[in-house]
Design a protein around this ligand. Structure first.
Ligand SMILES: [Mg+2]
Ligand SMILES: [Zn+2]
Length: 257
């Protein structure tokens, strides 16, 4: 039989970390990287006929058409990449991820975004904050042999509340389950986001966790309107709105110190 000390050490070995979950567009960056790409085209705007093809809940397919248009304008992947490097970060985010990079023993950090892996990778690498992140979950994108960016849907799922290509709750639940199997358990989770697709994952969070909607954006409005509770599922995490990522950093420091 294990002594109390040995059991405690075993528990410690299993590792109780804090999990930070971030949306990307209008959360980590202060813009939408999918629409930012239009700046790489000669006209710096999309033809109306193309804009009209967007159907609600089918953003990724629409972006596929946008990326073909960008490719047709002879825009190279290199120039898209340099345009991505000009996207502004939200206030305090770079400092927050620099802090997280220095505390990887205590903090895991993931992105769950409906943008795409290519743009996110380019932006994180350019800012030198890549080491903060353990995983980026987004629609897979690559450059084809014509030099066009192509985007695929992340997954299919059964959630009726979410866009067809991505349920952030399913991604979060699957990640936590896989980590648990690998021996990593999370004591707390903080989720920061701004959009309507950031509501679903908050429903799987636990008491003591912190849901952080960006002040003045859709997610905060939905939470203030009580949308999460209307369908009978009361939210368990504490809700704390933020304007600058400095406020997210304060919550994080309070959890780990
Ligand atoms: Mg967003
Ligand atoms: Zn969902």
């Amino acid at each position: 039989m294990l002594s109390v000390g040995a059991r405690f050490r075993k528990y410690q070995c299993r590792g109780m970390k804090t999990l930070m979950v971030f949306d990307f567009d209008h959360t980590i960056v202060d813009e939408n990287c999918d629409t930012w790409v239009i700046r790489s085209t000669p006209d710096k705007r999309l033809p109306e006929s193309l804009k009209k093809t967007y159907e609600k809940g089918r953003w990724t397919e629409y972006m596929g058409r946008v990326m073909s248009y960008v490719g047709d304008q002879a825009v190279t992947p290199e120039s898209i990449r340099s345009v991505m490097h000009t996207i502004p970060f939200t206030d305090g985010m770079v400092e927050l991820f620099t802090f997280i990079s220095g505390h990887k023993n205590d903090i895991d950090c993931i992105i769950i975004s409906d943008a795409n892996t290519l743009f996110i990778d380019w932006i994180l690498d350019a800012a030198g904050i890549r080491p903060a992140f353990d995983k980026v979950f987004s629609n897979p994108a690559s450059i084809d042999n014509r030099g066009y960016v192509t985007v695929q849907c992340y997954h299919s799922h059964n959630c009726v509340k979410c866009p067809i290509n991505m349920c952030k709750r399913k991604i979060l639940e699957d990640f936590i389950e896989a980590q648990d199997k690998a021996g990593v358990e999370y004591k707390w989770t903080i989720y920061a986001g701004d959009g309507s697709n950031d509501l679903c994952p908050l429903k799987s969070m636990r008491e003591g966790d912190i849901a952080m909607p960006r002040k003045g954006y859709t997610l905060e409005r939905l939470l203030l309107a009580g949308v999460a509770t209307k369908d009978g599922t009361a939210l368990k995490p504490r809700v704390q709105a933020w304007t600058s990522a400095t406020e997210i950093l304060s919550e994080l420091k309070a959890l780990i110190q």
